[in-house]
Write a protein of this length. Structure first.
Lengths: 313, 375
């Protein structure tokens, strides 16, 4: 294995991992507050991509505006999902909320099939060609079949670099909201003790709704960059990334935002490395995430950064 | 109020009579109805097995498993590979030759009952292997790992071309499943799972559902009980998968055929019927099969006041998922809650109606038929 390839795979894994991290943060924040696996999160991710697609193609917005609008659209969708489906079930047993979340995921997928049709669409002509170009570092030119080609070079697609930068910025904004604003303080407080926060006169439902909106916005950012990596979009595209991002959140320790980011990066790098070093296993790459999850949970049931749950009798 | 109770012998006779009566109805249906309706009736039986077995895991034991489709896929593939004739296998497997042991005469054209049992046993074994590491996890983690496992099984079905023919799937599976097979297996499922729930074993399972820690401190081996319930559920899921494969006659590893959709559908059935009730699960399965056929009209072209609306495919599932959420929010107990339809309950209702007609009272409680289960 050449050094260039290792660096290239590492970079590739980082950029895939940062997408997992963006989605995983939404899972972990909602879980931290409501103890609910928001199964619909992966479908908010998908909806975000479709919003971007239709804002750019039907509404003829410039691509950057379409992307920003799609992120806001997804945030609104996340807020509405909480209001419609989860808010009436705050006092219900946790299993009811979980089943409703599955139903919500099902509803969004079928809504997408009805609205956007089940036929895959191409995201290629939505974003400028700049993202597909490669940064080429090092290497030397060689003549092959009468043409000069660069070999042994480090090739990194622009979209990977942009993904990393945007993820870093988004996570910084998230950190700022969580630790430097009043609403962030309320979110952290709710994660500790929801009833005590209600007694302090804080509008819990608004804060929870804001959490959903924030998580959904991050998922939509992840989704748009995902669609640039894999430009085929269809209503079930959110299922696998959503599931794997949840796995990432669990690996990092669910409820912990830092853990979700670390888990996402780790999962992305391991997955790309696996496929890079053992190309014959490429078909099983989706299964690999669950394998890691099960091995980890056997030895460290609360993930890397999670606090173990203590049951009091 | 011991007049409200029936003796065990009466109940046994009534149950036998009821089964014979159902058998007669199925016989009459087979003689008189067309093949389309008969197919739906068989499907109700398959869905019933699916729902009752998932209900044992999710509703009775309180393990929130989302891996049902995985076990069904195992049952479907194993049994189909066993019943398919060798010539049909050679025709179907284009990408790669079918691998040992399915390329021998011994493992082809097997009797349906044997193939279904084999599918069930291997699915049960898979449930054992999957349950062993995951049942130590808490509820939510378990849901996601079992979902992951069913997805892993599907991914293996896509990639293990020598056994499953990859994404092309298996074609030309003999159409063995008819009304008798599916309802016969449903009867066996209900009898076995029903008597399991009624035994001390079942009471232990319910205790685990209500409070794991309390059950453990009463000396119940929580892990062993959960694993048993998981394995029994897995066995019947495999049986349902086998019946489903021989009903479809073509299976492939798409999410909509033998993937996550199937788990969702089974979950909808048991939630509609009431988590933790066998009769509820069967009713839920019947309702699901009926409505998913009946709702086909929303996908066809509609003319309202001269306006023509073109049918949109996928509308049916949208309506279904919308209904599902509404049921969850406004009616989270489902049709039956945790109650069962029992002979005692029916008898009580009859007694009440008699009493009411005697005293001339008009108020009739409709909840009379729902008898609280004997914990």
């Amino acid at each position: 294995m050449k050094t260039e390839l290792i660096i290239q795979n590492f970079f590739n894994g980082m950029s895939l991992g940062s997408l997992y991290a963006l989605i995983a943060v939404g899972y972990t924040m909602v879980y931290g507050i409501l103890r609910l696996i928001n199964f619909a999160h992966g479908d908010v991710f998908m909806m975000g991509v479709y919003f971007a697609f239709y804002f750019a193609t039907l509404a003829h917005m410039p691509w950057w505006l379409a992307f920003v609008m799609a992120v806001f659209g997804a945030a609104l969708l996340g807020f509405l999902i909480d209001r419609i489906a989860y808010k009436p079930l705050r006092k219900a047993p946790r299993i009811s909320a979980l089943i409703t979340a599955i139903g919500m995921s099902f509803l969004l997928e079928n809504l997408a099939v009805v609205l956007f049709s089940g036929v895959p669409k191409s995201f290629r002509n939505v974003y400028p060609d700049f993202f597909n170009q490669m940064i080429i570092i090092g290497g030397h030119t060689e003549l092959k079949r009468g043409r000069e080609v660069i070999v042994d070079a480090l090739r990194i697609p622009n979209v990977s670099v942009v993904t990393l930068i945007v993820t870093a910025v988004a996570l910084f904004v998230l950190w700022f909201i969580l630790y430097r604003t009043r609403v962030g303080m309320a979110m952290r407080a709710i994660a500790m003790d929801i009833q005590a926060v209600a007694l302090m006169g804080i509008n819990i439902n608004l804060v929870i709704g804001f959490t959903f909106a924030l998580g959904s916005a991050l998922a939509a950012i992840g989704g748009i960059f995902w669609a640039m990596r894999y430009p085929q979009i269809w209503p079930y595209m959110g299922f696998m990334p959503g599931l794997k991002a949840f796995v990432a959140a669990v690996i990092g320790g669910i409820g912990s935002v830092q853990g979700a980011v670390m888990g996402g990066l780790l999962l992305g790098i391991l997955e790309v490395m696996l496929v890079g070093f053992f190309p014959q296993t490429a078909g099983y790459r989706d299964a690999f995430a669950f394998f890691i999850l099960i091995v980890l949970l056997m030895f460290k049931p609360s993930g890397m950064f999670g606090k173990p749950e203590i049951v009091k009798v | 109020m011991d007049r409200m109770k029936l003796s065990g012998r009466t109940k046994f006779i009534l149950t036998t009579l009821f089964v014979l009566f159902m058998g007669f109805i199925l016989f009459a249906a087979q003689e008189n109805l067309n093949s389309y309706i008969l197919r739906i009736i068989s499907l109700i039986g398959i869905f019933g097995i699916m729902a009752v077995s998932l209900n044992l895991i999710n509703g009775i034991t309180g393990i929130f498993s989302l891996g049902h489709a995985g076990f069904m896929a195992i049952g479907a593939y194993v049994s189909s590979l066993l019943t398919m004739p060798l010539a049909q296998k050679e025709m179907t497997f284009i990408l790669e030759k079918v691998s040992f042991p399915f390329n021998t005469e011994l493992f082809s054209s097997c009797p349906f009952i044997f193939a279904t049992l084999a599918g069930g046993v291997i699915a049960a074994f898979a449930a054992f292997v999957i349950g062993w590491p995951t049942l130590r996890l808490a509820g939510d983690y378990l849901a996601i790992t079992t979902l992951g496992f069913s997805e892993i099984i599907r991914i293996f079905a896509v990639n293990a071309t020598g056994v499953t023919n990859g994404a092309m799937g298996l074609k030309g599976i003999p159409p063995y499943t008819d009304v008798w097979w599916s309802w016969g297996w449903l009867l066996i499922t209900i009898l076995i799972i029903g008597s399991l729930i009624k035994s001390s074993y079942g009471r232990a399972l319910k205790a685990i559902r209500e409070d794991k820690t309390a059950a453990e401190s009463m000396g119940i081996n929580v892990f062993k009980h959960q694993l048993t319930s998981f394995v029994v559920g897995g066995f019947f899921a495999g049986v349902a998968g086998s019946l489903y494969a021989h009903w479809l006659t073509t299976i492939d590893p798409k999410p909509s055929t033998l993937g996550i959709m199937l788990t969702f559908n089974a979950l909808i059935m048991i939630v509609l019927g009431g988590l933790g009730s066998i009769s509820g699960a069967v009713l839920g399965a019947g309702m699901f099969a009926f409505f998913s056929e009946w709702l086909r009209f929303v996908e066809s072209d509609i003319n309202i006041f001269g306006f023509h609306f073109e049918g949109i495919s996928g509308m049916r599932m949208l309506v279904f998922s919308g209904l599902f959420i509404i049921v969850m929010i406004f009616w989270p107990k489902g049709l039956m809650g945790r109650n069962e339809i029992t002979w005692d309950g029916v008898y009580k209702t009859i007694c009440k109606i008699k009493k009411l007609t005697k005293t001339g009272e008009k108020r009739l409680g409709i909840s009379g038929e729902r008898e609280g289960e004997e914990l």
